[in-house]
Design a binder for this molecule. Structure first.
Ligand SMILES: Nc1ncnc2c1ncn2[C@@H]1O[C@H](COP(=O)(O)OP(=O)(O)OP(=O)(O)O)[C@@H](O)[C@H]1O
Length: 230
């Protein structure tokens, strides 16, 4: 499980606080008003921000001071973070080896991952030769080959239309199932939460509430979520 123990992080006049636990294998939506601290929460788990107080543990292992690349974490951001001059296969291969000197078996893993996200036959295409949805698929294939137990998605599909977004969320769920990974996704869209989440972390004014079952939360929402849903 992922444990955030008495975490506090202050940036200017904004303070994020979290004291919560996320079970292994959970799919967690991170929801809250604009500026509430959702991206900061993910940055803290990813190691891009350091807390002023508190500890972060993954299955009992302390990560509080670990560098981002030392953490058992894959990331997916809205811009997909693909290299424009590299093919889809190379962009995925980077998830296995940054120098791209892949063994035959590793190349086969790349091909298999691209097939798993529906991109068979598109291995040689560069990002500019792929649609927005296909670019998201490449980024998901890279997450797949990284085989990390914890995956952070920060509004990954928000540039896509609603139907494509639904499809990509379905694919992200498949990736989490294949890897038995814990997946956290920031989103602004309640329809995404319905499609994706077992649990929801509600963040408001920097206060991160412990995850709650989404079905139960909908019946008895925190005050701010009531207003947010409208
Ligand atoms: N480097 C910084 N210095 C000072 N304040 C910052 C810094 N980075 C972010 N903030 C503030 O921290 C708060 C949380 O920002 P954050 O981006 O985490 O919110 P968010 O919930 O992800 O918002 P959105 O939904 O609009 O993306 C905001 O009030 C923001 O202005």
């Amino acid at each position: 499980m992922l444990e955030l123990q008495s975490i506090r992080l202050t940036q200017g006049d904004f303070t994020l606080s979290a004291d919560l636990t996320i079970p292994v294998g959970a799919r967690v939506a991170v929801v809250g008003p604009s500026g509430a601290g959702k991206s900061t929460f993910l940055s803290l788990i990813g190691g891009f921000e350091a807390p002023d107080e508190g500890r972060l543990l993954w299955n009992g292992q302390e990560l509080t001071k670990a560098l981002p690349h030392e953490r058992p974490i894959s990331h997916l951001f809205q811009d997909n973070n693909l290299f424009a001059h590299m093919s889809a296969a190379q962009n995925v291969g980077l998830g296995i080896r940054p120098n791209l000197r892949l063994t035959k078996a590793e190349q086969a893993r790349v091909t298999e991952a691209l097939s798993a996200v529906g991109l068979s036959g598109m291995e040689a295409r560069r990002p500019a030769e792929l649609s927005g949805g296909q670019q998201s698929r490449v980024a998901l294939a890279r997450v797949l080959v990284q085989e990390k137990p914890l995956i952070l998605l920060d509004e990954p599909f928000s540039a896509l239309g609603p139907a494509m977004r639904g499809e990509m969320i379905g694919l992200a769920k498949e990736v989490s199932t294949r890897l038995s990974a814990t997946m956290l996704m920031v989103t602004h869209d309640i329809a995404d939460v319905d499609r994706f989440a077992d649990l929801v972390i509600w963040i408001e004014d920097g206060v991160c509430l412990p995850p709650r079952n989404w079905e139960e939360m909908k019946v008895d929402p925190p005050q701010g979520l009531k207003a947010y849903i409208g």
